[in-house]
Design a protein around this ligand. Structure first.
Ligand code: ZN
Ligand code: ZN
Length: 221
């Protein structure tokens, strides 16, 4: 569903999946393809909004948990898009896949690799997508910030009245706090998290950070 000019949201499909976002510009990027089981359904929704899978140029992931990146290999096959990973994601690619097998007891992420390595940002045309390394929920968590649209795609860093868990392998609560403090300074009108509802409006986003700082920072950090 279209949420802003050139920005689309596809809700997580069910158990153990994640929100997907598409940004259409001169380049079309898809962020967090979700779990592979839901890829067919998700691509139907993307197509219904006028984006053919073959139009997708770049696949990005906010981090390497299978609910976000599980469908990366499958989507690459279908779309022919290139997978662009942050250096921290390249570093943890095999380790996170092994941890997922240990944690879930079976392999749910088909192997994929980086076709491109992300620097500080990615120019999509009109929109420049800033890449911020925001560890805490995982060491390879990144956020994408588009200053012209004032949108933040945050993965599992912050949610509506919640924060990403840090009890999974390589989670780090102190880092999560620092990362939240960093993104909370960005002028954001649309906060697009990896799970749950999106937050619309500068005041709503601001109040959400205040809530998190009040409730979570005091209770858990
Ligand atoms: Zn996660
Ligand atoms: Zn997640």
């Amino acid at each position: 569903m279209r949420i802003k000019e050139g920005v689309y949201w596809y809700k997580e499909q069910g158990f153990f999946d994640a929100n997907t976002y598409v940004i259409k510009d001169e380049l079309t990027v898809l962020i967090d393809p979700g779990l592979e089981n839901y890829l067919g359904r998700r691509l139907k929704e993307v197509q219904a909004d006028g984006t053919d899978p073959k139009d997708i140029d770049v696949i990005l992931v906010t981090h390497l948990h299978p609910d976000h990146c599980g469908a990366a290999a499958g989507l690459k096959e279908v779309s022919g898009a290139q997978v662009a990973l942050h250096p921290s994601q390249r570093e943890y690619l095999d380790i996170m896949a092994e941890e997922a097998v240990k944690f879930f007891g079976f392999d749910i992420t088909r192997k994929f690799s980086a076709d491109l390595v992300l620097g500080e940002g990615l120019s999509l045309g009109k929109t420049y997508l800033e890449v911020l390394h925001t560890p805490g929920h995982s060491p390879c968590s990144i956020c994408f910030y588009a200053g012209d649209k004032k949108i933040l795609i945050g993965g599992d860093l912050v949610f509506e009245q919640g924060v990403g868990r840090t009890d999974l392998p390589f989670g780090n609560t102190e880092e999560l706090k620092t990362s939240i403090e960093t993104v909370s300074t960005l002028d954001t009108e649309l906060l697009l998290p990896g799970h749950g509802a999106i937050l619309e409006g500068r005041n709503k986003v601001k109040r959400n950070y205040e809530f998190i700082k009040e409730v979570y920072f005091k209770a858990f950090f």
